[in-house]
Each structure stands twice: as structure tokens, then as C-alpha cells.
Design a protein around this ligand. Structure first.
Ligand SMILES: Nc1ncnc2c1ncn2[C@@H]1O[C@H](COP(=O)(O)OP(=O)(O)O)[C@@H](O)[C@H]1O
Ligand SMILES: [Mg+2]
Length: 331
């Protein structure tokens, strides 16, 4: 087996009574885009902070690009690029100056910097803004600049903490394209965190779903969804039509059949491939279907399956808790 780009061994971090990250075991291969997906408070940022050597673990260990995060801090720091949630560009400096400063900090020689900075700024579509001060940039432009900068010193592993949170849908998509391009062009390993299922689905080769500091499910997006048993095909039939279920009884590709008032739900692996067969079966049994819909499971369904609640519900919980806390403070 090739050596993992990032590997953790029972990595744990406690804050007083709170276990933010609980005996995390991850192995991320070179060139992967690996996602930590979970609601607010799941422990995603704490995990990245430990891997980036910004926060010591309470127990356990991790190896990043071949270096131990506790004993090889400097080597880890040189090997990684970091884009955290809080804006970290200097508003008074231009895009170029921000990049150049970062390059000097990492000891990138001047000739390399001057070749690479315009290339990277072009790549994130800021080529015409190199001499503009960052304070004139939109949120999306700042984030693109940070991503280009995180990549300037040729890191082996790039950490992105919620790369598109707070950005509009169009900007998010552009940033996704840049992330995919950066990953492809250098087969760079990327570890990103997100609480967006769409983002995890769009970008990640593999995902670990986190909740309360632990990984509750891990795999490719397709595997995670497949574990739920397949797609749901719902057929509605005319009133008074008799047992439709029986016509699917002996079909090996149908995993479950459930019927309730005029609707039959089939769980089918690779649903779309079986629609023609389903239609033929209905027809030859003389059953008239009023409608037929195919629903692919989403990562939200995966999260609900494992935790009994949705990621979005968990977000709502967190907002409510923050409100309560704020109210308590203002009293
Ligand atoms: N510096 C800190 N001090 C105390 N508690 C913290 C600190 N950082 C994070 N936590 C707690 O650890 C848990 C995980 O937080 P975090 O890693 O930020 O989650 P996420 O990034 O998934 O939203 C939360 O309960 C949070 O309140
Ligand atoms: Mg976070």
C-alpha cells in the first residue's frame, strides 16, 4: 500500500468537559479530495487545526505528508497549505503583494514567485486584479485569492476549512471548479470540511461524516448512498387497483416493496436502469400507473439514517442555542 498523505491514530481533543474530536482514525490517500462533512460543532475545524499543528491533540497522533504533527511541526507546516474560515488576507495590500508576502514567508525564491503568482491569480480569475487592494474585493474574490495563496508554495496537502460558506451559489460553483482544477493539475491531496451535502457530493472522492467528534460513516458518496439500499421508485396507481406488490415479488433487483394508499415504493439499486422493466411489468399485469418517480438518496438521507436527524435540523439547533446564549448574556 502506498503511504497515506494524512493518517490519524485515535486523534483526540478535549476542551474541558467537551470532547471535540473523539479517537479519530482516518487514512487519506495521495491525490484524494477528502471531505469531513458534519453539522456545526461536529469537530471538523478542531481536526484540521490539529493536523495543521495549530492545536495540540489531547491524545492520539497523526502523520501529515510523512511527518508527525507533534514531533515534526515545522516539516508539517512547510508541507501544507492552509485556508481557514476567518479571512486572513491583508486588506491594505494588493492581491499580488499578499501572494508575494506569503511566498517569501515560505521561502519560495523570487523567480519562482514571479512566475507563479500571475499563473495562480489567472487560474482563480483574478488576473485583471493583481494590483488592486484586497479591500476592494468581494467575499468570493477574497476566498479565491486565499485558495490561490494556499497553493503558492506547492504544498503536498491543502487544508480548506468550509471553503464556500457564506458565498452565493454562483461563486461557490466557481470555487468548486478551481478546487477540482488545483487537485487535478498537481494530484495534490485536499482535505476539506463542509456542512454542505451538495459541496461534499460535488467535490469529494471520499467523505467521513462526523457528528459529536466521531466518524459515523465513511466512503465514497456513492457507497454511502448505496448503503441505504438503493433508489426509491414510487408508483401511484388508479384507485382500487389490487395488490401491485406481488408482481415485483420474484425480481432480484427489487430490494424492498412497500405499499400505502395507492402508492407503491420500491427500493431498487440503480433505479433508472430498471424503469423500463418496471413499466413493462405494470403493463403486462394490466395495471395503469398514474405516475412514476425516482428518488436518489442524498447525503442528507445518509446523515438521517445514521443519526436520526438531518444536518439541516442540527444547524437549526445550533442557531437556536446561539440565540439562547446571546439572550442569556444580554440579561
Ligand atoms: N477553543 C475552544 N474552546 C472550547 N471549546 C471549543 C473550542 N474550539 C471548539 N470547541 C468546541 O468543540 C466542539 C467542536 O468544534 P469545531 O471543531 O469548531 O466544530 P465544527 O468545525 O465541526 O463546527 C464544539 O462543541 C465547540 O464548541
Ligand atoms: Mg468549523
Amino acid at each position: 500500500m502506498t503511504e497515506a498523505a494524512v493518517q490519524t491514530f485515535e486523534l483526540t481533543r478535549r476542551f474541558g468537559p467537551v470532547t471535540a474530536v473523539d479517537r479519530l482514525d482516518l487514512a487519506i490517500g495521495r491525490g484524494e479530495i477528502f471531505g469531513l462533512l458534519g453539522p456545526n460543532g461536529a469537530g471538523k475545524t478542531t481536526t484540521l487545526s490539529m493536523l495543521a499543528t495549530l492545536l495540540p491533540p489531547t491524545s492520539g497522533s497523526a502523520v501529515v505528508a510523512g511527518h508527525d504533527i507533534s514531533t515534526g511541526k515545522d516539516a508539517v507546516r512547510r508541507a501544507i497549505g492552509l485556508v481557514f474560515q476567518d479571512p486572513s488576507t491583508d486588506e491594505e495590500l494588493t492581491a499580488w503583494e499578499n501572494m508575494d508576502f506569503h511566498g517569501r514567508l515560505y521561502g519560495v525564491p523570487r523567480a519562482k514567485r514571479w512566475k507563479r503568482i500571475p499563473e495562480l491569480l489567472d487560474m482563480v480569475e483574478l488576473g485583471d486584479r493583481t494590483r488592486h487592494r484586497v479591500k476592494t474585493f468581494s467575499g468570493g474574490m477574497k476566498r479565491r485569492l486565499e485558495i490561490a495563496r494556499g497553493f503558492l508554495h506547492h504544498p503536498k496537502v491543502l487544508f480548506l476549512d468550509e471553503p464556500t460558506t457564506g458565498l452565493d451559489p454562483q461563486t461557490r460553483r466557481r470555487i468548486w471548479d478551481h478546487i477540482l482544477e488545483i487537485n487535478r493539475s498537481r494530484s495534490l491531496t485536499i482535505l476539506l470540511t463542509t456542512h454542505s451535502m451538495e459541496e461534499a457530493d460535488a467535490l469529494c472522492s471520499r467523505i467521513a461524516i462526523m457528528d459529536h467528534g466521531s466518524v459515523i460513516a465513511m466512503g465514497t458518496p456513492a457507497e454511502l448512498k448505496d448503503d441505504l439500499g438503493g433508489d426509491v421508485v414510487s408508483i401511484t396507481v388508479a384507485d382500487g387497483t389490487d395488490p401491485v406488490e406481488s408482481i415485483f415479488d420474484d425480481k432480484p433487483w427489487v430490494r424492498t416493496v412497500r405499499s400505502r394508499d395507492g402508492q407503491v415504493d420500491l427500493t431498487v439499486r440503480g433505479g433508472e436502469d430498471h424503469i423500463p422493466q418496471i413499466l413493462r411489468l405494470l403493463e403486462s399485469a394490466g395495471i395503469e400507473a398514474r405516475s412514476l418517480t425516482l428518488k436518489k438518496p442524498t447525503l442528507e438521507d445518509v446523515f438521517i439514517h445514521h443519526t436520526g436527524r438531518g444536518i439541516r435540523d442540527s444547524e437549526a439547533d445550533t442557531v437556536e442555542r446561539m440565540r439562547q446564549r446571546r439572550r442569556a448574556f444580554s440579561r
